[in-house]
Write a protein that binds this ligand. Structure first.
Ligand SMILES: *Cc1c(COP(=O)(O)O)cnc(C)c1O
Length: 448
C-alpha cells in the first residue's frame, strides 16, 4: 500500500477509536491530560507506578445497564463472562447490579461465589470440566451446565445421580457459522472442539435427555469472540429455532436459549454494533417463543472499561525503524502477539493539536511519526503495535494502551520473572487499588 495512505488510515482509525472512547467511555483528555472519569491518569501513575491496569467503574456499569435495557423486552439474563476480567471487586459490583456469570473453571466459580454472586445465575461452559469442578458446581447450585460433548453429559448425569442432586443443562451446538474473526477465537464452526454439530443435537437429546438427574432443557451457542456484525447471531437464531421446535415435538421442555458471548467491543473503527443494534436483530426473533434468553458478554462489558498504563523507557532507531520501548510487555498484555489484536495507543499527555476535538476530520494530525511500540521481553513477539502513528514521545512519558480491560490482566503471566501488575478501579473522583502489584517475594512464595 502507498505509504502515505497507509499512514493516514492508521491515524484515522486510531483517532476514530479515541473519539468514540472518549465520548462514551469516561476516558477523556482535559487540557491535554488523559483523565479516567475525574482523575488525571498521571496521578494514578505517580501513586501506583507503571505498568498498571486501570478500570473505570462508570464505563463497565454503563455497558451492563445498556445491555439490560436493550434486551428488556424479553426475559433475559446477562451472564458476564468472568474470564474476560476476573477481579473480585469488579465481579462484586456487577453482581450487585444484577449480573449473572459465565464461568469456565472451578477457580472462576470460587471467584463468583466470593463476589456474592447469585449462583442460580451462573452458567458453566468448558470442554474439560473435571469431576471435582462438576461437584463444586453442583454443591453451589449453579443455574446450569453448558454441555460440550456426549461424554461430558454422561459423566455429569453419573455424578449428579451419585450426589443425590438434580441440575439443569444446555447442549452447546455448533451452528456452523463463521463470525469471520481470528481463527483462534472462532468457535462456532463444525471443525471445533466446542459443542456438538447441530445435526447431531436431536440425537443427543434423545439418547441422554431422559433421566431424572440432569434436565436437558436448553440450547447453547457461542460463535466465538470479536464478531463485528449482527448477522452471525441472527443466522444462528434462525438455525436454532427449528431445532428447538423439533426438540419440543420430541417431548423436551426447552425453556432457554443461551446465545453465548463474542459481541464486539470497539477496538478499532467505531463500526462495531452497539448492544441496542445486536438486540434489535435478536429480540424480535425470540418474542413469543416462550424462551428465556441468556447472553454471556465478556469484552462488550469490560474491554473499553480498562487501559494499560505504561511508561516509555527508551527510544531506539533500528535501521529505518523507530522503536518505542515501554516498561510493559507481552506478559502483561498477550492480545497483540496472540491474536494480532489492535489496541489504540496514545500518550497520556499531549499537545492540544493531538487531542481529539470531536470529529476526526477536524483534527490536526500533522507531526505524528510512525513507530513500533515494543516491550522489554526477550521474544520477537513482544510488541504492542507495529508501524503505528504516535505523537513524538520521549523517555519517561506515559502511554495509555486503550481497550485493554478484557483478556488483559486475566492473561498476564510472570514470564521473565516479572511481577503481575496492579489493578486500579476509578469511581468518579476516587480511585483504589483493587489488586496490589506483586512483589519479588510473591514470585517465589509458593516454591518452598
Ligand atoms: C469467552 C466466552 C464468552 C465471552 O466472550 P467475549 O468475546 O468476551 O464476549 C462467552 N461465552 C463463552 C462460552 C466463552 O467461552
Amino acid at each position: 500500500m502507498d505509504f502515505e495512505l497507509f499512514f493516514y488510515l492508521n491515524i484515522l482509525s486510531a483517532l476514530t477509536t479515541l473519539t468514540k472512547e472518549t465520548s462514551m467511555d469516561f476516558f477523556n483528555y482535559k487540557n491535554g491530560k488523559l483523565h479516567v472519569e475525574n482523575i488525571p491518569i498521571e496521578k494514578i501513575a505517580s501513586q501506583v507506578g507503571t505498568p498498571a491496569y486501570i478500570y473505570s467503574k462508570a464505563t463497565f456499569l454503563g455497558h451492563l445497564k445498556k445491555l439490560q435495557t436493550a434486551y428488556s423486552a424479553i426475559d433475559t439474563t446477562i451472564c458476564y463472562s468472568i474470564k474476560a476480567c476476573s477481579n473480585i471487586n469488579i465481579l462484586k459490583i456487577l453482581a450487585q447490579n444484577g449480573s449473572g456469570f459465565d464461568i469456565v473453571s472451578g477457580g472462576e466459580l470460587f471467584r463468583a461465589k466470593q463476589a456474592g454472586a447469585d449462583c442460580s445465575k451462573i452458567v458453566y461452559a468448558g470442554v474439560g470440566k473435571t469431576d471435582k469442578e462438576i461437584l463444586e458446581a453442583l454443591d453451589a447450585g449453579i443455574g446450569y451446565f453448558n454441555i460440550e460433548s456426549e461424554a461430558e453429559l454422561e459423566n455429569l448425569i453419573k455424578l449428579t445421580k451419585q450426589a443425590g442432586k438434580t441440575t439443569k443443562a444446555a447442549l452447546r451446538v455448533n451452528p456452523d457459522i463463521d463470525p469471520k474473526t481470528h481463527t483462534y477465537i472462532t468457535t462456532g464452526k463444525k471443525e471445533s472442539k466446542f459443542g456438538v454439530d447441530i445435526e447431531r443435537a436431536r440425537q443427543v437429546f434423545n439418547q441422554y435427555g431422559k433421566n431424572d438427574s440432569v434436565r436437558l432443557c436448553a440450547v447453547h451457542v457461542h460463535l466465538g469472540s470479536g464478531g463485528k456484525t449482527i448477522e452471525p447471531y441472527v443466522e444462528a437464531v434462525h438455525k436454532i429455532l427449528p431445532l428447538i421446535d423439533e426438540l419440543r415435538k420430541d417431548g423436551f421442555a426447552i425453556e432457554m436459549l443461551d446465545l453465548g458471548g463474542g459481541y464486539g467491543a470497539d477496538y478499532e473503527s467505531g463500526t462495531v454494533p452497539s448492544p441496542e443494534q445486536y438486540a434489535a436483530g435478536i429480540v424480535p426473533l425470540l418474542k413469543g417463543k416462550k424462551l428465556k434468553l441468556v447472553i454471556e458478554p465478556g469484552k462488550a462489558i469490560i474491554a473499553n472499561a480498562g487501559v494499560l498504563l505504561t511508561r516509555v523507557l527508551y527510544i531506539k532507531q533500528g535501521g529505518s525503524k523507530k522503536f518505542v520501548i515501554i516498561d510493559s510487555g507481552m506478559n502483561d498484555l498477550m492480545r497483540p502477539p496472540l491474536y494480532d489484536a489492535f489496541h489504540f495507543i496514545w500518550p497520556a499527555q499531549v499537545d492540544e493539536k493531538f487531542v481529539p476535538a470531536g470529529k476526526v476530520h477536524e483534527l490536526n494530525i500533522a507531526g505524528t511519526e510512525v513507530v513500533d511500540i515494543v516491550g522489554p521481553i526477550c521474544e520477537g513477539a513482544d510488541f504492542f503495535a507495529k508501524d503505528r502513528a504516535l505523537p513524538p514521545v520521549k523517555r519517561g512519558d506515559l502511554l495509555s494502551v486503550f481497550t485493554a480491560g478484557a483478556y488483559g490482566f486475566t492473561m498476564a503471566s510472570n514470564y521473565n520473572a516479572r511481577p503481575l501488575l496492579p489493578e486500579v478501579l476509578v469511581d468518579g473522583d476516587e480511585f483504589k487499588i483493587i489488586r496490589k502489584r506483586q512483589s519479588y517475594e510473591d514470585l517465589i512464595s509458593l516454591e518452598k
